[in-house]
Design a protein around this ligand. Structure first.
Ligand SMILES: Nc1ncnc2c1ncn2[C@@H]1O[C@H](COP(=O)(O)OP(=O)(O)OP(=O)(O)O)[C@@H](O)[C@H]1O
Length: 615
């Protein structure tokens, strides 16, 4: 899927007035409305204008009515006009709210799509783990969740209300031109100047790194408290009050930061009040003088006085706030696109062209591979050399943090090495078409995904015949687990959860289904860690049997599983320090043999203990 052309996102390259205007967040926001749904946008703007003009018509009609009463003229026409305008004002508001809400939802839809595409388009994953991009991503992800402001379908109503007021203020200021040419400039100009005088206050820097950090912390504390996965530990470790205090403190810190970012500044406030008093004083003094001299009739005095008061709708207020909030959110979503591609470009996984069908036929080779995660200076893999013969199984062992899972991430091309190469049958992985290579791969990652989907889709997300799904489940030792249509999440009607070991069997079944679809390389990162000992041996034997002929990379801390692999390598601090078959490594009496004996001894002790207890 390709991204739509990048929209302007508030950071102009050129600084011509036109470029600056087009780059303003507000412009970006209104342009996004149009791009999301032109017809609704036209209707929304038309209603803004129509509703904005109605108050001006109303004050004129009231003036005509007052004049008619004073002159003893017929009242029917002004009364009818007042009635019609009044009814229209009542009817238009809910209609506008509906149109705005619908438009807001279309915009949200479009932005969510863009966010998903931006996050998922790069072939690697570095852009999702880049610390510097986290703030952008947080702001963008939260834009419509109501965490930092109203969601778009609601803010559209607030923005519409603000715009209607602005148009109404303008229209009523224009009415003042019938009194004197300078009156609209004086009264309307004074109210408009408040936008400039108070402009500091509209700069709601709610998306500063500090605010976003505080927000992330507050949100995390909240999630810990209300989401079920953490509930057990919170209770068991007696963390409830610690968590409540922590949430309250995080929340207070956030409110404090926002308050600093949003409060009205005192000095501009004083200037604003002065400007409004002087302009209002001058206008009403002049109108009063003309009314007293009889130069202006009673009806007109009423119209001009109401219009002058109505022009105050031009004042700085809700529109700035709501628009700034919504425009900010929209701009951050659009900016994420650029940010993501820039950060992805820094460590981009660029697809090659060569097809990977049938690979590997001979071997996968890690040649002098060095790798460090983005932003980290210490290498995780440091000159690693390793050969994985095609069609056989290789087990990778090593202490926690040795770099085993990282090795697998490079094999899956989620990252590329900083130096050195990963080669498949002599071809650099970077020269292979990523999609084609990934079709050859299947994996159970340590943190495999538990999809909140039916069992069937958890096993075969891309679809498969029910018999194939059932066969894969049977091989993984998960026969009769649940009906294939049962959703594996208790949050859904008739949904259910599984035990850790059952989930692991489902993940293994997913790999087996992928092998059926043509995957030839199988990665198993701690695939049986949650299975009981008997289940582990049985399942692993069956999985090895079902993936016979595949190139299998197994990462495990369980030596009973590891010893079944054709070859074993020991990784330590990012390098391979031993490699060979189980027997060869045992004969070597090195790290592998030491770790194996350690685990075997502990297992025997536990067994003795269990036997003793049984007796
Ligand atoms: N996304 C990441 N960003 C930064 N550092 C990371 C990231 N993932 C892993 N690391 C670091 O890389 C090192 C190797 O991690 P890796 O997951 O490869 O270890 P492992 O050998 O699989 O460990 P384990 O046996 O505990 O699963 C660790 O020090 C870890 O902290």
């Amino acid at each position: 899927m390709t991204l739509p052309a990048a929209e302007e996102v508030g950071r102009p390259e050129k600084s011509s007035p036109k470029a600056l205007f087009r780059a303003r967040r507000e412009w970006v926001f209104f342009a996004t409305l149009w791009k999301s749904h032109p017809a609704l946008t036209v209707a929304w703007w038309a209603l803004v204008l129509f509703q904005g003009v109605l108050p001006a018509v109303f004050v004129v009609a009231v003036g005509v009515l007052v004049g008619a009463v004073a002159d003893g003229a017929p009242l029917r026409t002004p009364l009818l006009l007042i009635g019609v305008v009044f009814v229209l004002m009542q009817v238009m508001t809910p209609l506008h709210a509906q149109v705005g809400s619908l438009l807001g939802e279309h915009v949200s839809d479009r932005l969510h799509d863009r966010l998903l595409v931006a996050a998922n388009t790069p072939d690697g994953v570095a852009h999702l783990e880049d610390r510097e991009r986290m703030d952008e991503l947080t702001a963008a992800r939260d834009f419509d969740l109501g965490l930092t402001g109203p969601p778009l379908h609601l803010s559209m109503g607030i923005i519409a209300g603000g715009l209607v007021e602005a148009v109404a203020g303008l229209a009523q200021a224009v009415v003042l031109a019938a009194y004197a040419w300078w009156a609209p400039l004086l009264v309307g100009g004074a109210w408009l100047s408040t936008h400039w005088l108070l402009r500091e206050s509209t700069r709601w820097d709610r998306n500063t790194g500090e605010v976003l950090d505080a927000q992330r912390r507050a949100e995390y504390s909240y999630r810990l408290a209300v989401d079920s996965p953490a509930a057990k530990e919170i209770r068991l470790f007696g963390l409830a009050s610690w968590l409540t205090d922590r949430f309250a403190a995080d929340r207070r810190a956030l409110i404090e930061l926002r308050w600093h970012a949003t409060r009205l500044r005192q000095k501009p406030m004083r200037w604003t009040v002065l400007v409004l008093i002087v302009s209002g004083g001058l206008f009403f003094w002049s109108l009063g003088r003309d009314a007293a001299s009889g130069a202006v009739g009673l009806g007109q005095v009423s119209t001009f006085a109401y219009a002058a008061v109505g022009a105050s709708a031009l004042a700085f207020g809700g529109l700035n706030w709501a628009l700034s909030l919504a425009a900010d959110g929209v701009a951050s979503v659009l900016r994420v696109e650029q940010a993501m591609s820039a950060s992805a470009a820094a460590r981009a996984v660029v697809s090659g062209r060569a097809p990977a069908e049938g690979m590997p036929a001979a071997q996968i080779r890690f040649r002098d591979v060095t790798f460090s995660y983005p932003g980290m200076s210490t290498p995780v893999l440091d000159g690693l050399d390793l050969t994985v013969p095609a069609g056989g199984s290789l087990a990778v062992v090593g202490v926690n943090g040795a770099g085993k899972s990282t090795l697998v991430k490079l094999l899956c091309r989620l990252y590329d090495p900083v130096s050195g190469t990963v080669e498949v049958d002599g071809t650099d992985l970077r020269d292979l078409d990523v999609e084609s290579w990934r079709r050859r791969l299947s994996a159970v990652f340590q943190d495999f995904v538990r999809y909140e989907l039916p069992l069937r889709d958890n096993v075969a997300p891309l679809g498969a015949a029910p018999e194939q799904v059932l066969e894969a489940l049977a091989t993984a030792g998960a026969t009769d687990l649940r009906d294939l249509d049962t959703v594996l999440s208790p949050g859904y009607a008739n949904g259910t959860d599984l035990s850790g070991g059952q989930w692991q069997r489902v993940a293994l079944a997913r790999v087996l289904c992928a092998v059926n679809r043509g995957a030839g390389v199988v990665v198993l990162d701690e695939p049986t860690a949650q299975l009981d000992v008997r289940g582990e041996a049985e399942v692993f034997d069956r999985v090895l049997e079902a993936t016979r002929g595949c190139t299998t990379v197994l990462i495990s801390h369980r030596f009973s599983t590891v010893r079944r692999a054709d070859r074993i390598c020991v990784v330590d601090r990012g390098r391979v320090i031993e490699t060979g078959s189980h027997d060869e490594l045992m004969a070597l009496q090195g790290t592998y043999a030491r770790l194996f004996h350690l685990q075997a001894a502990r297992f025997n002790e536990e067994q003795d203990g269990a036997d003793h207890a049984d007796r």
